[in-house]
Design a protein around this ligand. Structure first.
Ligand SMILES: [Ca+2]
Length: 540
């Protein structure tokens, strides 16, 4: 190398070094406490606090709709920067959210938004903890109000919109900026993970704000919200007597599940205590009709009728149109945990579940009498007035085009969000997006036989959907199956693949039927009788 060339070379090196220093200064980030001074429009940062590794007790959540105080549980967490903030996209908004940011050396370079349950009104600390432990910068919102009670919407239509979709978007946009300032750079990937209402939020984000997330997990999504709310009302009326007393007691719910499983367990060729696909199960509760007096082993005529109506779902009485599917056989009563039988959302509530939707959101009439429901006129009115309540858009082209990946799952024994409706939504998207293959490029669906609402149930119900999504988004490895586990009293007793829809897991015929390795994913045989059609949100 000539001297002149060497000089030029070292000058270039020096320039590069200067650029590097500048870059590292720019990427040095901002100390946690200094984040409180950020000025983001319509956002107030209440605090930014460095939390040391160790036990962390989140604030006590507000009183739930059930009246029970949800006590906070101490959790053990790695060190993080805790940012508490409030967003006010409208003058009536009060969207509280938190962002937890790992120190630079512990950060995986990614951001995760986590979803809520029910009408929420509480930041999802437990879900945040899971993300933080994986190295994510993670955010959660209270969706703009406190508590699960729907009265918050009375006279506050903007708060209803905040709950319905706006809070998650505002949380997401703002949190990304806060993480950027904290770390000195944007997160490389953004994920959203939610189940139940969180699944609704997940689909809403993919539909309404396709740029928010690279990867989205939608579990047991309550996205067909308006029609499902009508269905809660319908099922409550069907299962309660004139005095509002529940017609089917818990032991009879368990009897219905036992009887459904007894009749339908073997349809898939494997007697494992799990109904593989309830659409193929046509158990008739009339078979249990008491021959004499009411006994624990039989159903009264009123109980038979109530069960039938809950299976059959909500119909327009004039046209016969299926407004919303019924609840699946196998979901009636398989467990005591809240939400793992028809108890929590159908039988036990003293008035129809989510009747507040009609009183406070739709009719603005706290004295509205549910007996005055007009299944045709009132549904049309709700869908015309409040399309923002649901997330049923079938054209996901913008999300697909930006490279987004969507992983949806649900339990075939979900007693809260009927899986038949989730299947109907996916099928409708497939039709809209040009077929199964074109849809599976960006949107995959996994059904878990015997799984309840988001977890639990007789079927394998624990699986790592986040890792599956990460592999898809970051490595291009689209998930063909996920291995699910089932445990009894904390002891793992079964593993099983969850196959990408419409494939189903079938036992190879040799080896233990409790081991995933002895199953293959195959095309489901044609149903003996066609599944009843359901309608997922007739409006768009
Ligand atoms: Ca079976």
């Amino acid at each position: 190398m000539s001297r002149r060339l060497a000089l030029a070379f070292s000058a270039a090196l020096a320039a590069a070094a200067v650029a590097q220093v500048a870059a590292s200064a720019a990427s040095a980030g901002t100390a946690c406490a200094n984040l409180a001074a950020l000025t983001i429009p319509n956002v107030t940062i209440k605090s930014a606090t460095a939390v040391a590794a160790g036990p962390f007790t989140p604030p006590t959540a507000p009183v739930g709709a059930d009246g029970g105080v949800r006590t906070s549980v101490s959790m053990t967490l790695p060190a993080f920067c805790r940012v508490e903030a409030t967003a006010r996209p409208t003058s009536d908004s009060d969207i509280k959210f938190e962002v937890w940011i790992p120190p630079a050396e512990a950060w995986n370079g990614k951001f995760e938004g986590v979803g809520n349950g029910g009408y929420s009104g509480a930041i999802g600390y437990a879900a945040m903890a899971i993300g933080l432990r994986r190295g994510y910068a993670v955010a959660s919102t209270d969706t703009g109000h406190a508590g699960d009670d729907m009265k918050f919407g009375q006279g506050h239509p903007e708060k209803v919109i905040d709950w319905a979709y706006r809070s998650v978007h505002v949380m997401t946009e703002t949190s990304k900026l806060i993480v950027r300032v904290a770390q000195g750079r944007f997160a490389e990937h953004a994920y959203f993970v939610g189940c139940s209402s969180g699944g609704h939020q997940a689909l809403s984000e993919a539909q309404r704000y396709p740029d928010d997330y690279d990867g989205i997990v939608a579990g047991d999504p309550a996205n067909n919200r308006i029609r499902q709310t009508f269905a809660f009302l319908h099922s409550w009326i069907a299962t309660h007597d004139k005095d509002g007393k529940p017609i089917i007691p818990p032991n009879k719910l368990a009897l219905l599940t036992r009887s459904s499983v007894e009749m339908c367990d073997g349809i898939d060729g494997l007697k494992d205590g799990v109904i593989d696909d309830p659409r193929r199960c046509h158990f008739d509760p009339a078979k249990l009709l008491c021959k004499g007096a009411d006994e624990p082993t039989c159903l009264t005529a009123a109980q038979v009728e109530a069960a039938k109506k809950t299976y059959d779902g909500t119909k327009n009485p004039r046209t016969g149109e299926q407004v919303f599917t019924g609840w699946p056989r196998g979901s009636e009563g398989f467990g005591d945990a809240p939400g793992q039988s028809w108890g929590a959302y159908i039988m036990n509530p003293l008035e129809p579940m989510r009747v507040g939707f009609f009183k406070y959101f739709l009719f603005h009439d706290p004295n509205w009498d549910y007996r005055s429901i007009d299944w045709e006129r009132d549904l049309a009115y709700a869908e015309q007035k409040m399309p923002f309540m649901a997330a049923v858009e079938k054209d996901l082209t913008p999300f697909k085009k930006r490279g987004g990946k969507l992983l949806m799952y649900t339990g075939w024994s979900d007693p809260v969000v009927p899986p038949q409706d989730t299947v109907a939504y996916y099928d409708a998207v497939v039709k809209t997006m040009g077929g199964l293959e074109k849809t599976r490029e960006f949107y995959r669906f996994f059904l878990a036989p015997g799984m309840g609402h988001c977890s639990g149930g007789p079927g394998p119900n624990q699986f790592d959907h986040v890792t599956a999504l990460e592999q898809w988004v970051e490595k291009g490895a689209a998930p063909e199956k996920m291995i699910a586990t089932h445990s009894t009293a904390g002891k793992l007793d079964r593993t099983r693949p969850l196959c990408v829809y419409p494939l189903v897991a079938r036992w190879k015929g040799t080896g233990s039927s409790d081991e995933a390795a002895n199953f293959t994913c195959v095309a489901a045989p044609a149903a003996a009788t066609p599944a009843k059609t359901t309608t997922t949100g007739g409006h768009q």
